[in-house]
Design a protein around this ligand. Structure first.
Ligand code: BG6
Length: 484
């Protein structure tokens, strides 16, 4: 399979921070098909040699472990090429077309790692230059719009020039090995399926916590906020993976049909729920892992009176036979105490207790997504030293660490997703209707927060968000994992 990968935004942040390192890893692992070209596209006046030098220098800013040796980079750099383009100039697309027709690669991947405002123009120009061929695949990075209407208009523009099966919408959470393991746990094992329902599950909690603040993206984040940045996409995709029915097979549309059903079944927001089932927060100065950090309003590019949320906690429900009445709590935020993403499935208490159990203890499955990738099954057991209280049980847990178990170097999210695009596998990409449904669900909340002058609740950096987040789950008699 020969490929040409055209990277629009080839000198941008995403290209050198995520995509180039991922392509390099695939190259190093020997999984990148031989005979490919990676063509960076940007406005700067560079040639192949200076583009290679730029990427080489940027690799030095990437995590130490991923830095290539000079030899490795030399070999990888042979794949790198550069095409200078003004994305609004038709003649420049004609130049790109000539370059792509120099050789008839089996597939041409157009990766739009540019500002979303350019997506529509680029698609139109790609079509005008006759580049929307059967061998073309288009990769779209989030954010795909900032609300339902803008998302729809991008999707319509893209589908005017390409077929849905040629469109790869990235949600990089779906490429994480731990999320693959969640699918494996649910649909490759029969063990949990009978328990995976309202009769046995008390509640489900999805947490995506970040230690980082907004870094150098203050300007972008200010117009975005955590609901659009993390909930509409990553968190809802995780919710789908947990709540969906088993698909009839492992094909892309079978999986995406089931995810879509979950999104459609999300209980709509009512005016009362908007206040009681959603909490937004914004970090103030504090300390994360012992390092003092400034507050969100002091970050570069941020309005000193900003009302943008950096933390969201929600209580959602999936209105279906399987899940009716089971709370799904979603929580995500920046400047929380640790980088920690996990899903907790809290099972109901034993129906007829004959032992004494510690208050609040129940069976719980914790699916760790990052930084570690593993499973913990919390059980109650008779501790040996407990002879005096033979009827008292103590918590104990089974612990499976996938990194230890499978040892070998893991394939990162972008590496996996880029290889899937080249292979034409759509399983881990988001279909337009899923995306639109997710926007439809978050829109009332976006509108409510826009006109609610109370703004987000402050929380000190390095804490688990505003106390209202704990109160949200406490109302159901539950608590977040770190509070139990
Ligand atoms: C991105 C968000 O989609 O995901 C960022 O725009 C966020 O704000 C990032 O930091 C988190 O991804 P990961 O893989 O580091 O958890």
């Amino acid at each position: 399979m020969s490929f040409d990968l055209v990277l629009f935004g080839g000198t941008g942040d995403l290209a050198w921070r995520k995509l180039m390192p991922a392509l390099f890893q695939a190259f190093r692992h020997g999984t990148l098909p031989a005979g490919g070209r990676i063509i960076g596209v940007a406005r700067e006046a560079l040639d192949d040699a200076s583009y290679r030098a730029l990427i080489r220098q940027r690799f030095d800013d990437v995590e130490h472990a991923k830095r290539p040796t000079a030899d490795d980079f030399e070999r990888f750099a042979e794949l790198l090429h550069y095409q200078r383009m003004d994305l609004s100039a038709p003649a420049d697309y004609a130049g790109l077309a000539t370059r792509l027709r120099e050789r008839q690669a089996d597939c041409v991947v157009m990766y739009l790692a540019t500002a979303p405002g350019l997506f529509t123009t680029v698609c139109e120009q790609i079509a005008a230059a006759g580049l929307n061929e059967a061998r073309t695949r288009l990769v779209l990075e989030k954010p795909l719009g900032h609300d339902l209407a803008s998302n729809r208009s991008i999707n319509q523009a893209v589908r005017r020039v390409l077929d849905e099966r040629q469109i790869f919408r990235i949600d990089h959470y779906l490429g994480k090995p731990s999320v693959q393991n969640l699918f494996a746990l649910r649909f490759g094992n029969a063990l949990f399926e009978p328990l995976w329902r309202r009769e046995h599950v008390a509640n489900i909690q999805i947490t995506i916590a970040e230690e980082l603040g907004v870094e150098r993206r203050g300007g972008f984040y200010e117009g975005t906020g955590a609901l659009r940045d993390m909930v509409q996409n990553h968190a809802l995709q995780l919710l789908c993976a947990v709540a969906m029915e088993p698909p009839i097979n492992a094909h892309a549309d079978a999986i995406r049909d089931e995810k879509l059903k979950v999104l459609r079944a999300l209980k709509p927001w009512t005016p009362a729920l908007l206040d009681t089932h959603a909490v937004r927060g914004q970090y103030t100065a504090g300390s994360v892992q012992g390092t003092p950090v400034r507050g969100y309003r002091e970050e570069d590019g941020v309005d000193p009176a900003s009302r943008t949320e950096t933390f969201v906690a929600l209580r959602a429900e999936v209105a279906s036979w399987r899940w009716a009445g089971v709370p799904f709590y979603i929580r995500t935020g920046k400047r929380l105490p640790a980088r920690d993403a996990h899903i907790v499935v809290n099972f109901r208490e034993a129906p007829h207790p004959i032992f004494q159990t510690p208050a609040g203890a129940c069976n719980r499955l914790v699916i760790h997504l990052q930084p570690r990738d593993g499973l913990e099954l919390h059980l109650l057991a008779q501790a040996h030293e407990n002879r005096a209280a033979a009827q008292a049980l103590a918590p104990a847990q089974l612990d499976l660490d996938f990194d230890k178990r499978f040892g070998a170097e893991r394939v990162g999210a972008y590496e996996r997703l880029l290889l899937d695009v080249i292979d034409g596998r759509l399983n881990l990409f988001v279909r337009a209707d899923e995306q639109e449904e997710a926007w439809r669900w978050v829109e009332p909340l976006l509108a409510h927060w826009r006109q609610d002058t109370r703004g987000p609740r402050p929380y000190a950096a390095g804490t688990w968000g505003p106390s209202a987040s704990s109160a949200l789950v406490a109302r159901d008699g539950a608590c977040w994992a770190e509070e139990s």
